[in-house]
Write a protein that binds this ligand. Sequence first.
Ligand code: AMP
Length: 421
Amino acid sequence: MNVLVLNCGSSSVKFQLIATDLDLIAQDADRKLARGVIERIGGEAIITFQAEGQPAQRFTAPVRDHRAAVEQIIRWACAPESNVSEIHSVGDINAVGHRVVHGGERFTQSVIITDEVLRGIEDCIDLAPLHNPANIRGIIAARESLGPGVPQVAVFDTAFHQTLPEHAYLYAIPYQLYRRHRIRRYGFHGTSHRYVAYRYRTLRGIAREETNVISLHLGNGCSATAIKRGQSLDTSMGLTPLEGLVMGTRSGDIDPAIVDFLAAKEGLTTQEVEMLLNKQSGLLGISGLTNDMRELLDEAREHNDRRARLAIEIFCYRARKYIGAYLAAVGGADAVIFTGGIGENSPEIRARICEGLEWFGLELDPEKNAAHKNGREGLISRDGAKLAAYVIPTDEELLIARDTVRCVRAAMERTGAPKPA
Ligand code: AMP
């Protein structure tokens, strides 16, 4: 089955085309056919398309809205000169999988998108006002472009964390506020944490129930998850993706009283303070230079820039604190997993996060740590370390494609519908 995976942001659409099916999943033999992104939708868009094994094409063109973006992607994928293997006409796209940011408490797993599901995603707009509307636009655009006969599946960033126990997801604020407004920890990056936990147990050859790990997704957005018996037990992002670790431009944890204090001192509205905490804080806010970890490491190395060094130190210290907290929450874990742009590519940051964790039995192997970047997966701790460390490059798109196939095949079993190629 050829699955179009869509990740729709407010002004961008990222996609991959992936050939997968139940037998291919079992053999871990899914095939990536193409990928790309359309950015700056609404004006002169920047478009990058790449068929597997071909050079990337980059160009600009006016793209009015998400519908036009999805149509452009499909038209490109089907054109013979694009050389996307297995895709020759619209009929070769058998299903669409969507990344949906917020599924609230209602969606605990991936689902086929019906009108009722779409209303459920709309009901979560309150909780993700920037993200869910864009995801909905993507779903409607795909339905209009491919027709109602092509099944679409929603894969939620929040779903993996719906196993959190009450004591981990409730904030200690008046309980009726949870009842009235559903204020609680939801967590995000769920597809990424779930994927690396799956890869870890595949690498180790162990069962899901034996998977006790702490995963650190360190990219522009960052989150930590405590995984016990293969399920999310606690996670650092909360009601929104602002809580937890230090991120590129987000503060992560702060004293909530700072919001009011800042509003009064700086003459800001609470919305403006929230914007400041989301867009001008984190690595960017501390360094005053950039939200890009690579640039910060260069600044620290080449110019010994004090605030670049400080930003890196605060980032690593916060991550280390979360590892300690989650080791306590899980009751001892077997491994720490690094993923995301920083986690996958920066031996230096991984080493600094792990400094002082020898007490827990975690000792990195410097050679292995240095060798794991640019997509290389594997163990980076010393052989026999009580607490192991792994680098596992994330692949949310693959998981979305696989969930899409599973949902579509299960629906076919139920209804006895004819199976597509
Ligand atoms: P992501 O959001 O997962 O794409 O990650 C983006 C972040 O990864 C940015 O802060 C990049 O600077 C960082 N990153 C990518 N490659 C490296 C690298 N080799 N060393 C340090 N940070 C990196």
